[in-house]
Design a protein around this ligand. Structure first.
Ligand SMILES: [Zn+2]
Length: 277
């Protein structure tokens, strides 16, 4: 018999429930309708009492954990609509992730800055901006698609794409937003923070920039350098609402370490997804 040692949940677009047992438990997962529920039965587990946690977020209503039979623990996630889920087992740790198609019908263009013969800025430890912008954009695409949205990339590998071609991809995409991803650089290695640019006079771009900037600051906790106007080629020429975000300074060793970590990529992806909700 396994014993439940810990139960916790996180809601960050995806509801993540983490159960820790003293040994690897046996599991069975399935879904039920009316109302929609994801059910995880964990067998050969000792009694735990009953826990009900209202979640009321991201189309999820409630999480219930209770002893279903003397040796079966049942975890139920009730949704407002159909939910997708994934179960992972790691020794005694069980992670159930549940999410709704929160971004269904939303299509955006992500533009990883630089590429190929154009490395962009080069930062602490010799890392090139083009590598980091591509990793960020790919992470953003993965999360947005998981949540039911669509992403067009102006490049998906280390290749040089001229700016007019990036604009053409964006204008032909049928998407509702264009986000160009860059990192800032300065000779002063203590320069830090996040800023987002839009073209002056474009109110649609300004409101997109405000959402993107707000979520980036929330996720990274970096200095807020605010919204700025500029006439960078891509944001000047895209017909859809377009912004250019500088995700910290590649020349600041502390910031680039965070942005270029797997946690940093996740933070960026969440910020983008939340900006599009
Ligand atoms: Zn750049």
């Amino acid at each position: 018999m396994a014993v439940l040692k810990n139960f916790r949940l996180e809601t960050e677009l995806v509801l993540r429930i983490i159960l820790e047992f003293d040994q690897k438990p046996s599991l069975k997962s399935f879904t039920l309708k009316n109302p929609y529920r994801v059910v995880l039965d964990i067998t050969k587990v000792q009694g735990v009492g009953k826990k009900e946690v209202p979640v009321k977020k991201y189309k999820i209503k409630e999480v219930r954990l209770a002893q279903y039979k003397p040796d079966v623990l049942r975890l139920v996630i009730e949704g407002e609509e159909e939910l997708l889920y994934e179960v992972r087992v790691n020794g005694g740790q069980v992670i159930l992730e549940v999410w709704a198609k929160l971004l269904a019908g939303k299509k955006i263009v992500l533009d990883p800055g630089h590429g190929g013969k154009d490395p962009g800025a080069v930062g602490a430890g010799g890392i090139a901006e083009k590598e980091v912008t591509l990793k960020l954009a790919l992470a953003g695409k993965a999360l947005i698609e998981k949540l039911g949205g669509e992403v067009v990339l102006t490049r998906d590998k280390d290749v040089f794409i001229p700016l007019p071609q990036r604009v053409k991809i964006a204008n032909n995409s049928g998407a509702r937003a264009f986000i160009s991803v860059h990192l800032n650089a300065a000779t002063d290695h203590t320069a830090r923070g996040i800023e987002t640019y839009f073209k002056a006079g474009r109110e649609d771009s300004e409101s997109l920039a405000a959402k993107v900037q707000k979520q980036l600051i929330n996720e990274f906790g970096f200095k807020d350098r605010g919204l700025k106007t500029a006439t960078f080629y891509v944001i000047k020429n895209v017909r859809l609402p377009g912004v250019l975000a500088e995700i910290g300074f590649i020349t600041n060793p502390e910031e680039i370490k965070i942005v270029n970590s797997s946690d940093g990529l996740s933070r960026f992806a969440r910020a983008l997804a939340k900006a599009l909700l």
